[in-house]
Design a protein around this ligand. Structure first.
Ligand code: CLF
Ligand code: SF4
Length: 480
């Protein structure tokens, strides 16, 4: 069923003037436009490669790759917590056959799942037989599922032909530095061709192989995203240089992610007290790189067995005990029908966004302040979630002409069944203290008053995010 866009409870604004879209299409050659369209098509249903797609389409990871050939100082694959979203965390390892069965079960139960990724818990290319066998089994039975691979890059050049042959169109390399001296502070050892290398020697091998791998992906016309973990005091000042190097080597997208580090994770960085970056530090580096290439800002640093839309994780519904009892329900025509519905809905959302941008009047088009708003959403590109049910807010920057997604912020759910709301409210307010408003489908009087007292306005609406955000902005500017 196609979801319906309903009207907002925010006062309708008067259509006044159309803003210039700043489209540079006219200056493009038809070849460039055609290439853009082809690229668009390749990423249109990939929730990580397309920010817009992540509102609508889901991914699943299968944990078939336990071993790793390097040791990153931020990784400990032994730690597992059902609530932890962090690369390398996994509850159960699967065989390729179990993984293929699981993929076919999920493809029926969650038809908006379009991408199957192998991202651990170790390195997929340190477990090549299990990884490629899994991809083969899935490609054979479910041709419409995109295959995706995330690797440290050490063995990429060795397996590039196999990757191409299997039609794996999206590969991620985690590349944190191009300087071996910095690398020696991030990697304890690198195991390459039956030998273990430490310090600068190990880092040098890894970094060379990563850039060669990136180049090989480009030559094979495989889309490559680079993930970089931002580690304050180690590589934070260096990431702009990394961004330049990966751009030159043909990366499609750059995802700078914050280091997750806590003593209880048992990682080297956790135990030595290495901190992760603040939201502000992260945004500042992302902004410095943004002029040069496309940046990913909606990453959720997924578990190696994550399932669902990026902001949700349904892996606990599909434990091994559960999914092995379920029959595969993969049905291509049913899936296509669902995808057609989603695409129709995306068109409606796009038209509603366009209309909002063209009609909402902002008093001054020059020097409008940039403000942040926090949005509660269950997906679909809509403000459609109760304040009390949200486990994260999506944060948008609004300047009257543009509504730009900049990050998500995890929070503890406000509704705790009558206990602990005061503590969660306080934490939520700290998390979104820099936002001028929170946009939600509903909110109770108690949290509303607390937010207002903290200078954060509340907007109740059920509508397209951009429209609600622009309407709020219009009112905000008038009141200044
Ligand atoms: Fe998985 Fe990674 Fe493929 Fe996406 S995740 S293998 S590209 S399908 Fe996505 Fe998760 Fe971030 Fe990775 S949100 S951690 S970027
Ligand atoms: Fe862990 Fe991945 Fe680093 Fe291996 S490459 S140590 S699995 S983070």
């Amino acid at each position: 069923m196609t979801p319906q866009v309903t009207s907002s409870s925010v006062t309708e604004s008067t259509p006044t003037q159309a803003k210039s879209g700043g489209c540079g299409c006219d200056s493009k050659s038809s070849a460039t436009v055609e290439m853009d369209e082809k690229l668009q098509e390749r990423i249109a249903k990939h929730p990580c490669y397309s920010e817009e797609a992540h509102h609508h389409y889901a991914r699943m990871h299968v944990a078939v790759a336990p071993a790793c050939n390097i040791q990153c100082n931020y990784c400990n694959r032994k730690y597992d917590c059902a609530n932890e979203s962090r690369p390398g965390v996994v509850s159960e390892l699967l065989t390729p056959e179990e993984a293929a069965h699981k993929a076919l079960v999920i493809a029926g139960k969650i038809p908006q799942m379009t991408v199957l990724g192998i991202a651990g818990p170790g390195d997929p290319l340190a477990n090549p037989e299990k990884t490629f066998r899994t991809f083969e089994l899935i490609a054979d039975k479910a041709s419409d599922i995109k295959l995706c691979l995330s690797t440290n890059g050490l063995m990429l050049t060795e397996y590039i032909d196999r990757i191409k042959q299997l039609n794996i169109d999206h590969v991620t390399i985690t590349l944190n530095t191009i300087d071996p001296e910095i690398g020696a502070q991030i990697y304890s050892w690198v195991h390459y061709k039956r030998k273990r290398y430490r310090g600068i020697e190990g880092a040098k091998i890894l970094l060379e192989k990563q850039l060669e791998g990136l180049q090989a992906l480009k030559e094979a016309d495989i889309l490559c995203k680079v993930n970089s973990v931002m580690i304050p005091g180690i590589n934070d000042q260096h990431l702009v240089e990394v961004n330049k190097a990966i751009r030159e080597h043909g990366a499609f997208l750059h995802n700078i992610m914050p280091l997750i580090s806590a003593p209880e994770h048992g990682t080297h960085f956790g135990l030595t007290g290495q901190r992760g970056p603040t939201q502000k530090e992260l945004k500042s580096v992302q902004d410095q790189c943004a002029g040069n290439m496309k940046m990913m800002r909606h990453c959720r640093q997924c578990r190696a067995d994550a399932i669902g839309l990026l902001g949700e994780d349904r892996s606990q519904e599909f434990t091994k005990e559960n999914f092995l009892e379920m029959a595969p329900e993969y049905d291509l025509s049913k899936r296509q029908e669902v995808h057609e519905g989603i695409e129709k809905f995306r068109e409606e959302i796009k038209a509603a966004k366009q209309k909002a941008v063209e009609t909402i009047h902002v008093t001054s088009l020059q020097n409008n302040p940039k403000i942040l708003v926090a949005v509660a959403t269950k997906g679909g590109g809509l403000v459609n979630q109760h304040f009390g049910h949200a486990k994260e807010f999506q944060v948008y920057e609004v300047d009257g002409n543009e509504v730009r997604f900049i990050s998500h912020r995890k929070i503890d759910q406000y509704c705790q069944g009558g206990y602990g709301e005061a503590a969660t409210a306080e934490n939520i307010m700290k998390t979104i203290a820099d936002c001028k408003a929170v946009l939600v489908s509903k909110i109770g009087n108690c949290p509303k008053e607390k937010l207002h007292a903290a200078g954060i306005q509340t907007v109740e609406a059920y509508d397209v995010i951009e429209k609600v955000a622009l309407e709020f902005y219009e009112q905000y500017v008038k009141e200044q």
